[in-house]
Write a protein that binds this ligand. Structure first.
Ligand SMILES: CC(=O)N[C@@H](Cc1ccc2ccccc2c1)C(=O)O
Ligand SMILES: [Mg+2]
Length: 368
């Protein structure tokens, strides 16, 4: 394919409810979308970076800048552009994995649409629907939390994940167990809010039979997670720390994680995400698909990834209405706790022009 240009589109999506984590509270999701135009087809990619560098060092306007000044121009020089050619062409630029992931996904989407192949087929999906969990934010009271959890269980979600932070951890877990019983699949995500000094406190979660505790410590403190895994019985899962297949192999070898949350944006794209899946599968480490409050564009590709064989625990691929009243694509609707894997060419969805226009803040066209 030959690249004729890339559209960078900034959209602003109001959340159905504020979403609070240990690193802050979100009421609106600012998202950068890429539309790659080639001589054969167009492709879409969603950058999962937040507006502020709170989850990781990336943020929306930095992604737009690095794409505009470095990453997109680097693709103009690629003679035979396809999904596999993107990461090598961008490798000389350090970091910016979420920006790189959005660009690679858009090129891969265009290539697959040209070939009439689905992302699921390309990645090696073995299922046509995936079991879905839901991520529940930190709430103002235990009562409010229990109402939210009850609503999600009524909606059919097969797994509940609670955001935790110091001061909001054991009590909410205990309350959910007491109200909804021991059979509900339940896990927690600390988004790096604790340190090894909290290990004994975190062992207080062990009696509640959690599936996992996700990323309790700093992204770079892999050893501390291995230490923690030796003193608690709850399996340790990593998210922010797993930035590549190599990082996954190192963390597994160090005993720092028994489960991995895979997010294509965090690791530079769906092709690296598949490599992480393969490394984990080779080591008997279950994986699940994390979420970054994606629109249907990112959600479609995440659901395809979640259909790979090693994704054996429900992920955060929730329905569109978990976050948005109106999605910019046909909404993903929970059916018996599952989402259907898109089967059309490429990511299998495209934005609905009127919905996209309604949330668009800024559009830039970068000709090549
Ligand atoms: C679904 C879920 O819990 N996602 C991330 C955290 C997260 C939380 C809030 C966010 C707000 C805006 C953009 C990305 C965000 C990601 C996680 O697993 O750690
Ligand atoms: Mg997480």
């Amino acid at each position: 394919m030959r690249l004729s240009g890339v559209e960078l589109r900034l959209i602003s999506m109001p959340l159905v409810a504020p979403f609070r984590t240990s690193f802050g509270i979100e009421t609106t999701r600012e998202i950068l979308l890429l539309r790659v135009v080639t001589d054969e087809a167009e492709g879409w990619g969603e950058c999962v970076a937040m507006a502020d560098p709170l989850y990781s060092s990336e943020y929306v306007h930095a992604a737009a800048d690095v794409l505009t000044r470095f990453l997109i121009p680097a693709l103009a020089e690629v003679p035979a552009l396809d999904g596999n050619a993107v990461a090598p062409a961008l490798a000389r630029f350090k970091g910016h994995r979420m920006a790189k992931a959005a660009l690679e996904t858009a090129v891969l989407d265009a290539e697959l649409r040209t070939q009439g192949r689905s992302m699921a087929r390309e990645l090696g999906a073995v299922r046509d629907r995936v079991p879905c969990g839901v991520s529940v934010g930190i709430m103002n009271s235990i009562g409010e939390l229990l109402d939210a959890v009850g609503g999600y269980l009524d909606a059919g979600y097969l797994r509940i994940k609670l955001k935790i932070e110091p001061g909001w951890d054991i009590e909410p877990v205990r309350a959910v167990r007491e109200r909804f019983g021991d059979d509900v699949l339940l896990q927690v995500d600390a988004n790096t809010a604790y340190t090894l000094a909290d290990a004994r406190h975190l062992a207080g979660l062990d009696p509640f039979g959690l599936l996992l505790i996700e990323q309790p410590f700093d992204e770079e403190d892999v050893h501390a997670h291995a230490e923690l895994a030796r003193v608690i019985t709850t399996p340790v899962c990593l998210d922010e720390s797993i930035t590549s297949a190599r990082a996954a192999a190192d963390a597994i070898r160090l005993g720092a994680c028994q489960i991995v949350n895979i997010k294509p944006g965090r690791v530079g794209g769906y092709l690296e995400a598949r490599r992480i899946h393969d490394v984990c599968a080779a080591n008997g480490v279950p994986v699940w698909a994390g979420g970054m409050l994606e629109t249907g564009i990112g959600r479609a590709a995440n659901v395809a990834l979640a259909a790979l064989p090693g994704f054996t625990v429900p992920g955060d691929t929730s329905a569109s209405d978990r976050y948005y009243r109106t999605d910019i694509t046909e909404p993903f609707v929970l059916d018996g706790g599952h989402l259907t894997v898109p089967s059309g060419p490429g990511i299998g969805v495209t934005p609905i022009p009127d919905e996209l226009a309604a949330v668009t803040v800024k559009v830039d066209w970068l000709p090549l």
